[in-house]
Write a protein that binds this ligand. Structure first.
Ligand code: COA
Length: 325
């Protein structure tokens, strides 16, 4: 039994913030942002539009392409670091919006690697034949934890959602491997210090802007390239494949320079590497499924295509998923 992706979908909110919009609010320039990150615009959710709303829209499209009803779902796993509320889970909220009454639903927290962590859980349940139809969603409203006065971080993140429906099907195609990693020692490279149980929301938290993302950009950059390269090589070695066997690399969209540096180290031509960060920015757990859905819609993925997903994020976490489509 293998977990096969039988449907994908994605959704981004309507509002767009361009680099020139940011030039009006912080001391930055379109040229700086484009050269250092490759980002030109990012989508931003409307007030009241939470991760569940975005995720449910992506999920609805994924279910339609899979020709499945919400009632067919056995399990819903949502990867997000920007849940609507501390509880209930965003997965339960999406279950409610979809009306997926038979499903079990829970969230996974692994920041930008979250979608791959969730895929791995889905894959294990499917292989064990515990569940057959599984919805995996990566959804984020990063704008809710973005400090719009901090030029080092507000240029990077965006909102959006991507979803995949997996089904247990006998045969050679489907998820071939997952490899997950964490290094909690480096938790302080990207984090939101306030608003959780350690420092609940208070006047001090708000005044010191502790409810927003703090990031050590250049250290994160270097580790990201190293971890993404290692993740890709580990997946290839585990499957006895070489770089040339991979038709499409879908890396987490954090920074165009990180993606290009990783591709260079792996000796992969950029034609086989997906890069859509220019339009969306870094949408954390949504970035890989958004890119995956784009590739499906552009017909770049067909039966038998080898797709390698690689991601890294806060935690630190990093991961790979290899799929024979
Ligand atoms: N506009 C103009 N200047 C800016 C700026 C902005 N938006 N943001 C930072 N700068 C300035 C800095 O203040 C610094 O100035 P100084 O030299 O006078 O101190 C200078 O640009 C260089 O800053 P630095 O942080 O060294 O730049 P960088 O080349 O490392 O690029 C990032 C910054 C954030 C784009 C880059 O480090 C990065 O992408 N890191 C990875 C982040 C990431 O992927 N996070 C998500 C992980 S899932």
């Amino acid at each position: 039994m293998r977990a096969r992706v039988v449907g994908t979908g994605s959704y981004v909110p309507r509002s767009v913030i361009t680099n020139s919009d940011l030039e009006q609010t912080v001391n930055t320039s379109d040229q700086w942002i484009t050269e250092r990150t490759g980002i030109r615009s990012r989508y931003i959710a409307s007030p009241g539009e939470g991760s569940s709303a975005l995720g449910a829209k992506a999920a609805t499209i994924a279910l339609a392409t899979a020709r499945l009803d919400p009632a067919d779902l056995d399990l819903i796993i949502v990867a997000t670091c920007t849940p609507d509320m501390p509880f209930p889970s965003t997965a339960c909220l999406i279950q409610s919006i979809l009306g997926a009454k038979a499903a079990v639903a829970f969230d996974v927290s692994a920041a930008c690697s979250g979608f791959l962590f969730a895929l791995s859980i889905a894959d294990h349940y499917i292989r064990l034949e515990t569940y057959r139809n599984v919805l995996v969603v990566g959804t984020e409203v990063m704008s809710s934890v973005t400090d719009w006065t901090d030029r080092a971080t507000c240029i990077i993140f965006g909102d959006g959602a991507g979803a995949a429906v997996l089904q247990g099907i006998k045969g050679e195609n489907g998820i071939l491997s997952n490899h997950l990693h964490s290094n909690g020692q480096r938790w302080d490279l990207i984090y939101v210090p306030g608003g959780g149980s350690q420092q609940p929301l208070s006047e001090t938290v708000l005044n010191e802007r502790l409810n927003f993302i703090k990031m050590r950009g250049s250290t994160t950059f270097k580790l990201a390239v190293k971890m993404m390269e290692e993740a890709a090589r580990e997946a290839l070695a585990a499957n006895n494949l070489t770089i040339d066997d991979i038709d499409l690399f879908i890396p987490h969209q954090a920074n165009a320079r990180i993606i290009k540096a990783t591709a260079e180290r792996l000796h992969v031509p950029m034609e086989r590497v997906v890069m859509n960060i220019g339009q969306y920015g870094n949408t954390s757990a949504a970035s890989v499924p958004l890119a995956l859905d784009e590739m499906v819609r552009e017909n770049r993925i067909k039966s038998g295509t080898h797709v390698l997903l690689i991601a890294f994020g806060s935690g630190l976490t990093w991961a790979s998923t290899l799929i024979r489509w």
